[in-house]
Ligand binder design. Structure first.
Ligand code: 5AD
Ligand code: SF4
Length: 446
């Protein structure tokens, strides 16, 4: 039987889709080439904004209709955050679905499918108690892999549905994380990204080390210790982690980023707004100055560090003045990349009770302004890299022009260069940057 997984949402969803694909492959299912030859199509969904849900619901409706007409035996299933949020309501919204599994039910997918084969559709599983260790593994042949380290979220940002759909924070035991990274390296992976909603909170809720001893590098707090343990895995070339929060940017974390050779000079650290008033109403747990201090500590210790961020425009009560503060704040920090979102009320969150008083047109305008600022900023940042010698992890022929090769810098920028003899995929080379665009660095291997 052939399956296809279609993913919406964040890196956590990408990882979950890969884990579920690996699980099905171990069960003897094979990967379909596209929708046409798939016997099972599984959509992994996101609930973070209304638009993300609308997109997934639209796609599901189309798939169900197409299956009825052309593939009556095909099973359409849903997984992820939207399932956890909507439960059985989903079957009313999209009649004809075969099954829906929540964010804690992925390891039970084979059993759910069995129920569907036995004619029990639609089958819903939104129970707790996933077997995380059955959910490792990734797509073969990739150089880079995501590894879950912290599940759920304990922050209660007033706009955010994630704690509702992903549950309380829970840290995987450090041994399991390290064992998974070893396994990935044995399969040819060179780079891992450790995932958690507030990843630096790793180990705060549940113990993750068998004893309380200090690590060989002298790290005392759980997340820097974990970075050290992952960095020490033989053969791992690069370690990244996401998402950050200013409260996690401690002196020890900064020291780990400076000292550990595989840990890259790159961090995604959502700020959401540059206005203290809005930050307080969002319940982010920091002021603009505190965020600046955290970013400044990273920038001072790690020259050339690339910081990326998320911003929400049009949060309830966001005035022109608040917005101007955000603009100035982003400029001051000099973010390398920014994902800008229009505020979307999520029912059940505190902010959804407040008037959504910034009109959509205005949200759009603010969104466009920030995108324009960011494009100019990244051009200037990239311009300054002309002449620089950067370490690039070679990925192979470039997608646009197979005669050239591409890879990524430690700061996660795409670099394109002429292939050189004796250099293989998965090796690091030094590239001298000759020309840049907003998205790509072009150069020569030195
Ligand atoms: N509306 C708009 N954007 C949101 N995000 C989270 N919740 C909402 C919401 N209700 C954004 C935040 C977060 C990113 C993953 O999505 O910026 O960092
Ligand atoms: Fe990821 Fe949050 Fe969307 Fe879930 S709701 S897929 S955790 S961004």
């Amino acid at each position: 039987m052939k399956f296809l997984v279609i993913t919406y949402g964040c890196q956590m969803n990408v990882r979950d889709s890969e884990a579920v694909s690996a699980l099905l492959a171990r069960q003897g299912y094979t990967t379909a080439e596209g929708e046409a030859d798939a016997d099972i199509i599984l959509i992994n969904t996101c609930s973070v904004r209304g638009k993300a849900e609308a997109k997934a619901l639209g796609k599901l409706g189309l798939l169900v209709a197409d299956s009825r007409r052309h593939h009556p035996k095909r099973i359409i299933g849903v997984m992820g955050c939207m399932v956890q949020r909507l439960g059985t309501e989903l079957f009313k919204k999209v009649p004809g679905l075969g099954f829906a599994i929540g964010t804690h039910a992925m390891s039970r997918l084979p059993r759910v499918l069995q129920d569907v084969f036995e004619g029990k559709a639609p089958v819903l599983d939104t129970d707790e108690g996933d077997d995380c260790e059955a959910l490792t593994g990734h797509v073969e042949g990739k150089l880079s892999a995501y590894v879950n380290v912290l599940l759920g979220c304990d922050r209660r940002c007033t706009y955010c549905i994630v704690p509702t759909v992903r549950g309380q924070e829970w840290s995987r035991p450090a041994e399991s994380v390290v064992a998974e990274v070893r396994e990935l390296v044995a399969q040819g992976v060179c780079e891992v990204t450790l995932l958690g909603q507030s990843v630096m909170n790793y180990g705060r809720r549940n113990a993750v080390w068998p004893d309380g001893s200090v690590s060989p590098g002298g790290y005392e707090t759980p997340f820097p210790r974990l970075l050290e343990a992952v960095d020490a895995v033989e053969g791992i070339q690069r370690v990244r982690f996401t998402s950050g929060h200013p409260s996690g940017c401690t002196a020890e974390l900064v020291r780990a980023m400076v000292e550990l050779p595989a840990v890259c000079e790159h961090l995604h650290i959502p700020c959401q707004s540059g206005s203290d008033l809005i930050l307080e109403r969002m319940r982010r747990g920091y002021t603009a100055d505190q965020f600046k201090a955290a970013a400044g500590a990273l920038q001072a210790a790690l020259p050339g560090v690339a910081l990326s961020t998320d911003i929400i425009v049009g949060f309830p009560g966001e005035t022109e003045e608040d917005f101007d503060r955000t603009r100035a704040f982003m400029e001051e920090i000099g973010f390398d990349n920014a994902f800008i979102f229009k505020y979307s009320p999520r029912s059940g969150t505190p902010a959804a009770e407040w008037p959504d008083d910034v009109p959509d047109e205005e949200k759009k305008r603010r969104n466009q302004l920030l995108l324009g600022d960011q494009a100019r900023r990244v051009e200037a940042i990239n311009d300054a890299l002309i002449g620089a010698q950067l370490e690039v992890l070679v990925e192979g022929p470039s997608l646009r022009n197979a005669a050239r090769w591409s890879g990524r810098t430690r700061t996660n920028k795409v670099a394109v260069f002429d292939p050189v003899a004796g250099v293989a995929r998965g090796e690091c080379v030094t590239v001298v940057v000759e020309r840049v665009t907003a998205t790509t660095l072009y150069g020569k291997v030195s």
